[in-house]
Write a protein that binds this ligand. Sequence first.
Ligand code: TRP
Length: 329
Amino acid sequence: MDIVLSGIRSTGKLHLGNYFGALRNFIRMQDENRCYFFIADLHSLTTHPDPKSLHENVKNVLIDYLAAGLDPEKSVIYVQSDVKEVIELYLYLNMHAYLGELAKTVSFKEKARKQPKNVNAGLFTYPTLMAADILVHRADKVPVGKDQEQHLEMTRRFARRFNNLYGLEYFKEPVAYNFGEELVKIPGLDGSGKMGKSEGNAIYLSDTPKEIEKKVKRALTDSGPTEFNSEKPDYIENLFTLLRVVSAPEVVEHYENQWNRCEIRYGDLKKQLAEDIIKVTSPIRERVIELSGNEPYLRKVAKEGAEKARESAAATLADVREIMGFKSF
Ligand code: TRP
C-alpha cells in the first residue's frame, strides 16, 4: 500500500482552486492508500497572520476537509503544528539546503515580488518545510496542483542528498500524483492565472449560490471573437478551463463550437458555469454548516489525527537522529 500525503496552507476557507487542484484527489485516494492529510498552518506563518485568524483559518480548513469528504476513519487528518517532529526535521534538512537552489524556486521569487517588505527566511525555506512534511511520513505519492511540482522536485533532491550523504537508502523519492487526470491549475475569474485568496478572485466551497452567481457574472469578458476558430485570450480560456472541470463534456463542446463560430454568448456560458459550480459546492456547503456547530467532533478529529501522525513521525525522527549521529548520554 502506498503512503499518500498532502496538505493545504491554511490561509482561509478553501476555494475551487484548492478543491480541483488538490482536495478532490485526496478524497479519491483514501480507499486504496495509507493517507496523511494535514492543514499547513506553519506554512501560513510566512504572511504573519494575527493570532485570532490563525486558529480560525485552521478550523475553516479542517471543516472544509471533512465537508468535502476526507474521512478520519480512513485517513490521518491532522494540523501540521501539532506534529513537532516536522519542525525538527525541517531544521536538519535546512542544513543541507543551499542558498542558490532555494533562491531559484519559482514560488519564492513570486512571493518576494508580491510582498517585497516581508521576504523572510521562512518564505525562503518554504520548500524545506514542505520536504519535512512529506519525508517525515516517508510518503510515496503527493497529490498536488501543478504549482507545487517544483517543490516536489526539491523534496526528491533533499531526500537523495540525505541518502547520499549518509550512505543509505533511507528516504523514498515522492512523486506528484493526480488521480486519473492531468495536474490542473485552476485560474481566477479576473483574467489572472491562478485562483487564490490573496489574489481576491476566489470562489469558496462555502459560498452561497447567490455569491457564486455574482462572482461568475463579474468575470472578465469582451465583445467576443470576430474571426472563426480564433485563439482565446487568457481570460476567456480561464472560463473554459473552469467549465471543463465542472461541466459535462457536451456542455464544453457546445460552447467551444459557439466560440469557433463567433456565436458565443458569454451570459449563457456564465449562467451554465455558475450552475455547475453550485452543483459541486452545494452538498459541501451544507456539511460545512453542520460541522461548524460541532466543536466536540472537530476537537476529537484533530486530537486523534495528531496522535496517529506523531506516531509515524516520531519513528522517522528516531531513525534520522541515529543516522545523523545523535546519541544520548
Ligand atoms: N505548499 C502547499 C500549498 O501551498 C501546501 C503544502 C505544505 C503541502 N506542505 C505540503 C502540499 C506537503 C503537499 C505536501 O498548497
